[in-house]
Design a protein. Structure first.
Length: 261
């Protein structure tokens, strides 16, 4: 496994795989690569099957791949568990092929996810609780709330550096209950859209409007055209909340697979 520490080197590796017909789950923007390289978190798996990248997270790696039709499966040798997400919609005609390839590489299906979306200006969300932008000194409390509410592998939790960066960029919103953080919303820009990465409310504070207040604050915090939300397909309570707030499934889904360490 080779650490990639040079943007020019990475561009040389990536360019041959930006072709029609390549099977990929990698839709990162260039800025994301630069940050990963600067943070020493981007690695290359040696293989002739295509381009396989590992991004080091806290306690696991995320896998991003590019391979051509007919590529032979590879053995993914890593010192931590590996997680991969395959997003798709009804126009993606290689989903079965990609899933079969990943399973032959030793990865196992774990979670199905769906995406909801809404035009930002079409929503009429109202906040019933005060919401503010998180402060740097609240990072540990935010991290603890995220770890309590999301799986350590399938939840795609931010690293501590990513969390601090998100706080600095105003992409973590919080609401409080009795002086303590009751809920958080983590979002990020994605082209002309804004995507909700994490929404969590303390169990003792649920049913009091904190989640909707956070969603309303998110709507007001961005000028994106559309707001996007990914959630586990079996998370019925969250799905009902988002639908009540005006979001609807838009046809995008994802499969999450893992390779235990």
């Amino acid at each position: 496994m080779e650490q990639i520490n040079n943007a020019a080197r990475f561009n040389e590796l990536l360019k041959p795989h930006l072709k029609r017909g390549v099977r990929t789950n990698n839709f990162m923007l260039p800025q994301a690569y630069f940050e990963l390289i600067a943070d020493n978190r981007l690695f290359l798996l040696p293989t002739d099957a295509g381009l396989f990248l590992l991004v080091r997270m806290d306690g696991y790696y995320r896998l991003f791949y590019h391979f051509f039709e007919g590529a032979l499966p590879l053995k993914i040798a890593a010192d931590l568990p590996v997680v991969v997400e395959l997003p798709y919609n009804d126009r993606t005609d290689t989903v079965a092929e990609q899933l079969e390839f990943l399973q032959k590489c030793g990865l196992q299906r774990q979670v199905s996810r769906i995406r909801l979306s809404a035009e930002r200006e079409s929503l009429s969300l109202r906040a019933t609780a005060p919401v503010s932008i998180a402060l740097p000194e609240q990072a540990n409390d935010i991290s603890a709330l995220l770890r309590t509410n999301f799986d350590r592998l399938y939840g795609f939790l931010p690293t501590q550096d990513e969390l601090r960066r998100a706080i600095a960029e105003g992409q973590i919103l919080i609401t409080s209950d009795g002086g303590n953080i009751a809920g958080i919303l983590h979002f990020a820009p994605e082209g002309r859209n804004s995507v909700l990465l994490h929404l969590a409310v303390e169990e003792s504070s649920r049913g009091q409007g904190f989640a909707q207040s956070l969603l309303a604050a998110w709507q007001n915090a961005t000028d994106a055209q559309r707001l996007l939300i990914w959630l586990n397909a079996d998370n019925t309570p969250a799905l009902r909340l988002y639908e009540r707030c005006g979001f609807a499934p838009d046809g995008f889904r994802a499969e999450v697979l893992t390779q235990p360490n």
